[in-house]
Every structure is written in C-alpha cells, then in structure tokens.
Design a protein around this ligand. Sequence first.
Ligand code: FES
Length: 173
Amino acid sequence: MTATVSETKQEQKIDLAKLEDVLFHYRGFRGALIPVLQKAQHAYGYLPRPVIERIGESLKLHVSDIYGVITFYSQFRLKPQGKYVIRVCRGTACHVKGSQTIAEKISEKLGIELGETTVDLNFTAEEVACVGACGMAPVMTINEETYGLMTVGKATEAIDGYLEKAGSNLHKE
Ligand code: FES
C-alpha cells in the first residue's frame, strides 16, 4: 500500500495570513462559525489544526467545540483532499450490482484504502451512500463526472485515464 498523507505533513507550512481576512469579515457576527469554517476550508482545502485553533481564538470558542461542529457536518474535512476524488456508491442498488469489487479495484489501483488520499495529493478515494443514479448501478464518480453500469474493467480504464492525466506513478499495472 502507498503511504497516505501523515498528520505531520498535513500541518506543515500552514499560512494563517489568508485566514485573517475571513476572521476580520466575520468579526462580531453571531453564528459566524459555520461560514468561517466554510471559507477556511475553501482557502486551505481542508481544516488543519492551526487554522481551527486560530478560529477558536478569534471567535472565542473552545477548539473541542469547533471539532464537534466539524465532525458533525459531512461537508467539513480534517484532512487534505486529492485533486481527483473518486467515489464509489455503496448504496443498496449498487451493492447488489457488485460495487464491492469496484471499491476493491479502486483501492488496488491507487494503493490506498477508501477514505484515504494518496501521498502525492492527486487522489482521494471514498465510498458514499446512494448518489441518486440507481438505474445505472453500480455507480462511481470522479469529481463531477458520473460513471454508470460500472465493471471492474471500466473502473480500471477510467482510473488509468486519470492517473495519466495526473502524471501519477501510482499503480498503473
Ligand atoms: S444505490 Fe448507488 S446510485 Fe443509488
């Protein structure tokens, strides 16, 4: 398996300067936490610990309370996301049509478990609940693109295309 992004690596070189504008804009606003977290995530791609600590300091909130909010809402991420996010649907219709084998192929091709990001930050693999395209089960998505009636062969082909695009040296065999 390829190494995934470590905590230490994630938190290197976090430039807090770009957070200051956001904090300034929302100063004194009640209920500013969610929009501040959204803007911060937009700026950094995820919510690193130093950013959360600075938000807590500015909004006078405990870091543990902020983590509580972040983990409650699925829109927030505590780890960086890859440039290409590959999602395999694990809803019932897709499960029945063999999404497990697609999920296994994705993991194998990228050298990571679902829920992880490759160390080159090119790919994140995730499983998701029904994406609303059950008629095309099993379904996989790569960023905004939806791939239906997937087979292991089609998944391999699609991922190979993105590996090529990313110039990635991950598992191409
Ligand atoms: S269960 Fe996969 S799209 Fe609905």
